[in-house]
Ligand binder design. Structure first.
Ligand code: GLN
Length: 479
């Protein structure tokens, strides 16, 4: 068995049993990065020296890829923006700190859409990352690079954030497991902000069990983050022993099964719902009546928060500083890419006096209605399943000229984010090569749980993953 074939949990067990050494594991992943990363371009920084130094400590066991948005003390952290080209944080994010104190070592910083704003990975100021399944296609965004790196076995797992879809959608497009917990479970301290009432750190892994394993270390009541939650996080170990879904109620919201879904996505999602039924789950049709307003609400609240968060990059405290009197306009024009500038303008507009009531306040009220829809639905069902994205990965450049088309692709994930729910994406199927496609392209199923219902997502995801194991293992990216 090759090192890449072990899950994260298995790798740790192998190291603990002295069957593998830490150094061997680290060197293995480093050599994969050196030979493969030039094709997919996932890493902004590879930590060769630091890691070899760290590896002598008894705590440093397994390498993780870290989104270049999590501050690591004295490690360049750029948010893939020219604005932070020279930023070296003097502090460590709570999440990376907790993982490093447990067993992790960072193998490098992964590229992203600038400040995590994007759908396809084409908004990075650094470079475009490619989908390991088809190098002509996007790997999803904004977390594209972490997803691509896990899918191409450059790292056994990666840390990421999800504001509107950034974990669930790239996981779907790269055929791996993406997990975002309830908002507030994982501390945002030391994670560069995009939209503060939505940003949620989470993970990319190859198995659902690995996602839960990381979650149990990461979730923590953090005094440094005022939105951090204190309720217990333990996942009952018996859920991993279960073989069926008897007694589990799964809601299928009619508003998520719309005409615009690509036929092959629909086919695979329908098949996975049938699979859930055959595993014992009761499938219940439900309605989430305010679903259609989700995108509009997200694209008001999110840019409002983005414009506030990015206002700190004035060229004096951060940015292209050239001393007192530095030109803020020049700094922000050259420091931010087009999408960041668009969101600053949109956000400033919806927060401006005279428009605040009509846009931001209204959107906040509708957000409550969306949350109520979910709360009512979860009185009847344990989890809700939907497609993660309406399409498979599209061609690089296909939608770059049309931001609205891009905005629409968030349609199935933003409502869960607005309602602060936990969400898991598991690989369930693939489209077949046709219309000149070179390969199969992955399709993922989204499992949304009630607030703090992470365990239910893991239970359903794990049983489905096991049931689909052969299908999933039979296809691997062509890299
Ligand atoms: N695609 C969404 C956006 O651009 C979500 C990105 C994210 O979750 N970071 O805002």
């Amino acid at each position: 068995m090759e090192i890449k074939d072990y899950s994260l949990k298995e790798l740790i067990q192998q190291i603990q049993a002295w069957n593998l050494s830490q150094k061997e594991v680290y060197a293995y992943y480093l050599s994969r990065i050196e030979s493969i990363d030039s094709k997919i371009q996932a890493f902004n920084l590879v930590e060769k020296n630091i890691a070899y130094w760290d590896i002598h400590s008894s705590l440093a066991w397994v390498p993780l890829g870290i989104k270049d948005l999590f501050c690591e003390k004295w490690v360049a952290t750029t948010a893939s923006s020219h604005m932070l080209e020279w930023f070296i944080p003097p502090y460590e994010s709570t999440i990376t700190d907790r993982l490093k104190k447990a067993w992790a070592v960072s193998i490098g910083k992964l590229n992203l859409d600038e400040y995590a704003m994007g759908w396809s990975g084409e908004n990075s100021a650094v470079r475009i990352t490619r989908n390991p399944w088809d190098l002509e296609r996007i790997p999803g965004g904004s977390s594209s690079w972490s997803a691509a790196a896990v899918a191409a076995w450059l790292v056994p797992a990666a840390l990421w954030t999800d504001t509107g879809w950034s974990i669930r959608q790239p996981a779907s497009m790269c055929w791996i497991v993406g997990f975002k917990p309830t908002y507030g479970r994982n501390s945002r301290y030391g994670v560069i902000s995009m939209a503060s009432s939505l940003d949620t750190p989470g993970t990319f892994t190859r198995t659902v069990e690995d996602a839960a394993f990381l979650y149990e270390i990461m979730a923590w009541k953090d005094e440094k983050d005022s939105t951090s939650l204190s309720s217990p996080v333990t996942i009952h170990p018996d859920i991993w022993k279960r073989k069926d879904l008897n007694g589990i109620k799964i809601g299928i919201p009619k508003e998520y099964f719309i005409d615009g879904i690509e036929v092959w996505v629909r086919k695979e999602i329908d098949a996975s719902i049938e699979m859930l039924r055959s595993l014992g789950a009761e499938i219940i049709d439900i309605s989430l009546p305010h679903t259609e307003y989700g995108l509009a609400v997200y694209y008001i609240i999110m840019p409002a928060e983005v414009s506030t968060n990015l206002s700190r990059y004035d060229g004096i405290r951060y940015g292209h500083m050239d001393g007192i009197g530095s030109d803020t306009k020049k700094n922000r024009t050259t420091g931010f890419w087009e999408e960041a500038q668009r969101r600053i303008i949109l956000g400033s507009f919806v927060l401006s006096s005279g428009f605040y009531d009509a846009y931001y306040k209204k959107a906040s009220a509708v957000r409550e209605l969306i949350r109520d829809d979910f709360a009512k639905a979860f009185e009847k069902v344990d989890v809700i399943v939907t497609p993660t994205a309406p399409s498979v990965a599209w061609k690089i450049g296909e939608k770059t000229d049309d931001p609205l088309k891009m905005y629409l692709s968030d349609i199935f994930t933003v409502n869960g984010s607005l309602a602060w729910l936990p969400g898991l994406t598991v690989p369930v199927g693939y489209s077949l090569p046709e219309d000149g496609w070179t390969t199969e392209l992955p399709v993922g199923l989204q499992i949304l749980g009630p607030s703090l219902g992470e365990e239910k997502c893991f239970l359903v995801g794990n049983i489905l993953e096991k049931a689909l194991k052969e299908k999933i293992q039979s296809k691997q990216p062509n890299i």
